[in-house]
Design a protein around this ligand. Structure first.
Ligand code: NAG
Ligand code: NAG
Length: 222
């Protein structure tokens, strides 16, 4: 071996050793020893496992209705528990706009909704599953399916939504699809770029809205 190469190797080893001396070998949280269930459970105080979803301070208020979350981001104690809930309070004619939960199947339970339209599509060419449900009904939506929940009624309605994952994720279609450039979108809709730009500028910036036609029929402001 050439003398110079040896020097380089010795220098590198020296730098590596010096580096180990001054910093911990593994200092990112990703390399920390995972907590046991017991350790994890004892990190929290009892109240960390609860949340009053009816507290308006926690609501995300949108024109289509309000949502109150109980998931990993609101409640870190849910880590590893594998469940989450959302209390949904839809306005008359309110809709949870078409969306996907990438990491969780969901169940919807209608507490006060007399007339809810629940729909999903699981993949290309799969059937469109549409059900109109009333008070007391539960409906299932498989993980990854595009789905929506629409209040067809002229009064507000409440549902409990449950997920089999503490962090189901939320991907609202309109909001996200139009973040793509015109290039792939104009052929996807069979329309010129101008049309896509108009569409993009009219997409609501929130995940719930109302159906205006329905609101007019109910004699409600749009
Ligand atoms: C949503 O919250 C707002 C603000 O608290 C309230 O005015 C509205 O009535 C609520 N709507 C529903 C459907 O709960
Ligand atoms: C979890 O709760 C947060 C509010 O802290 C919300 O922004 C997020 O959309 C919720 N995730 C899901 C999948 O409902």
């Amino acid at each position: 071996m050439h003398y110079q190469h040896l020097c380089v190797i010795i220098a590198l080893v020296f730098v590596a050793v010096a580096h180990c001396d001054t910093t911990t070998v593994c200092d990112s949280s990703a390399c920390q020893t995972p907590l046991t269930g017991l350790q994890s459970s004892n990190r929290f105080v009892p109240a960390d496992y609860t949340r009053n979803l009816l507290n308006p301070d926690y609501w995300i208020v949108t024109p289509g209705g309000n949502v109150s979350y109980f998931n990993l981001s609101t409640t870190p104690a849910l880590a590893g528990i594998g469940i989450a809930f959302t209390l949904v309070m839809l306005e008359p004619c309110g809709i949870i706009l078409p969306h996907i939960h990438p990491r969780g199947s969901k169940g919807v339970y209608s507490i006060t909704g007399k007339s809810l339209l629940v729909g999903f599509i699981q993949e290309n060419r799969a059937q469109v599953v549409l059900n109109q449900i009333g008070i007391g009904y539960a409906a299932a939506i498989p993980r990854g399916a595009i789905h929506f929940v629409q209040n067809l009624d002229c009064s507000p309605s409440m549902q409990i939504v449950a997920y089999n994952n503490e962090d189901p994720g939320l991907l609202t279609l309109g909001l996200n699809m139009f973040r793509f450039p015109d290039g792939p979108l104009s052929p996807a809709f069979g329309q010129p770029d101008d049309f896509i730009n108009n569409l993009r500028s009219s997409i609501p910036g929130y995940p719930l809205d109302v159906n205006k036609e329905c609101r007019r029929k109910c004699g409600l402001p749009t």
